[in-house]
Write a protein that binds this ligand. Sequence first.
Ligand code: FPP
Length: 264
Amino acid sequence: MLEKMKRWTSTKEPDSLSQRINDCKNYKMPDHIAIIMDGNGRWANKRALPRVAGHHEGMKTVKPITRLASDLGVKALTLYAFSTENWVRPKMEVEFLMKLPEEFLGTFLPELIEENVQVQMMGDRDQVPSHTLIAVDQAIEKTAHNDGLVLNFALNYGSRNEMIQAIKAFSCDVKDGKVMPEELDDDLFGSYLMTPHLGDPDLLIRTSGEIRLSNFMLWQMAYTEFWFTDVLWPDFKEEHLVEAIEGFQKRSRRYGGLKSEDMT
Ligand code: FPP
């Protein structure tokens, strides 16, 4: 506790990144980090580049952030890569976004395999082009035996869609006599969602200064700690992830209860 207090009140110069990385390993690490990677378009606009150049740069950011999350012992990293609402964007932008997983995994998959990272995907596969699914499925298959960080891509993902699918599946199970409506509780409902094996995110990071959830893991984020930053996703570096984790480690998570010292 004393150590933690010292950390909060420290006024010394910021430590080097590697020192901060080592330091934060001594405190509670978020098991599951979810990121809304926002601001790619604005990053490109600021440089008079086409929006897709921002997405491409944003794809590059995923590598160091994944490496660091893995090094820190984070168990799951869920990245919002494409939402069920993103289809209304210009066709060319959508096509570009759907090619990014192939490019990313084409160069990064060997390292993911080597580094014990397990690739997963959540989202509605129906509209996703087959060339994207082939690349993602290959990565899922080749990393299935890894048991380190789960790198979970939310691709054609929308939380309302996920919940509606869950309710439909639950209703079918009720109709088939597999489950009784009275049995429905938080855990059972959660088991029909796309994330029961991951646990709820402990920390949500959204870049680019937007402060909203945009239909992202609404059920799972009931008690998630939120970290909003003005940094645009292509500019998001390791130090920003460390800063978010340091912020998380200072939070008091009470889940509707009280801190133990306030219980008496
Ligand atoms: C939102 O920024 C970002 C997206 C819709 C796409 C995010 C995708 C990536 C960062 C690449 C993912 C990489 C892999 C490997 C799949 P925006 O375009 O809405 O930005 P803006 O608000 O500034 O316009």
